[in-house]
Write a new protein. Structure first.
Length: 162
C-alpha cells in the first residue's frame, strides 16, 4: 500500500469536506476547492479525518493513490496577486499569481507561496523557479527551501597548468 496514500488527512474543525458523484469539495475559511476523483479511488470522511482508498492493486491504482491524497489534503490562504522579483537582471520581474495563490515575503529573500490547490501551487513554484534557475558554479538563482545545489569547480587559473 502507498505510504502517502494510506495516511489519513486530519480535517480542522472549520473545514467541511463533501464527497458526491466522484467529486470532493473542500470548504474552508480561505476558499473552496473542488476536485474530480478518478474511479479507482474512493474518499471516505470519518469524523475529523479523511481517507483515500483504492479499489484494487493495479499499477494505475497504486500510482494514483498517494497523488490523490496529496491533492486533497492541503490548506492555504490567499494574499495579493502580483509577485515582484529582483533576480539580478536589468529590471525587476512582475509575476502575476493566478487566482487562489498568494505569496508572503520574509527577510526580502524568502518567498512562501500559499494556495488551496496543491497541483497549481507546484506549477506556480516551478514557473517562479524558471525565472532564474539555480546554476552550479556560483549557486545563485531561485531555489526551493531545503534544496541542495551540487556545486561544480570553475575554470583553473590561466597559467597554472602550463
Amino acid at each position: 500500500m502507498s505510504r502517502v496514500g494510506r495516511l489519513p488527512i486530519v480535517k480542522p474543525d472549520n473545514v467541511k469536506v463533501h464527497v458526491a458523484d466522484g467529486t470532493v469539495r473542500v470548504e474552508g475559511p480561505h476558499g473552496t476547492l473542488s476536485r474530480t476523483i478518478v474511479p479507482e479511488m474512493t474518499v471516505v470522511v470519518e469524523g475529523n479525518t479523511v481517507r483515500v482508498k483504492r479499489a484494487d492493486d493495479s499499477r494505475r491504482s497504486r500510482s494514483l493513490h498517494g497523488l490523490t491524497r496529496r491533492l486533497i489534503g492541503y490548506r492555504a490562504e490567499v494574499r495579493g496577486n502580483v509577485l515582484f522579483l529582483t533576480l539580478g537582471y536589468s529590471h525587476p520581474i512582475a509575476y502575476q499569481l493566478p487566482p487562489g495563490i498568494g505569496a508572503k515575503v520574509d527577510r526580502q529573500v524568502i518567498v512562501t507561496l500559499e494556495g488551496p490547490d496543491r497541483e497549481l501551487l507546484g506549477q506556480v513554484a516551478a514557473q517562479v523557479r524558471l525565472l532564474r534557475p539555480p546554476e552550479p558554479y556560483k549557486g545563485k538563482g531561485v531555489k526551493y527551501a531545503g534544496e541542495h545545489i551540487r556545486r561544480k569547480a570553475g575554470k583553473a587559473a590561466a597559467g597554472a597548468t602550463r
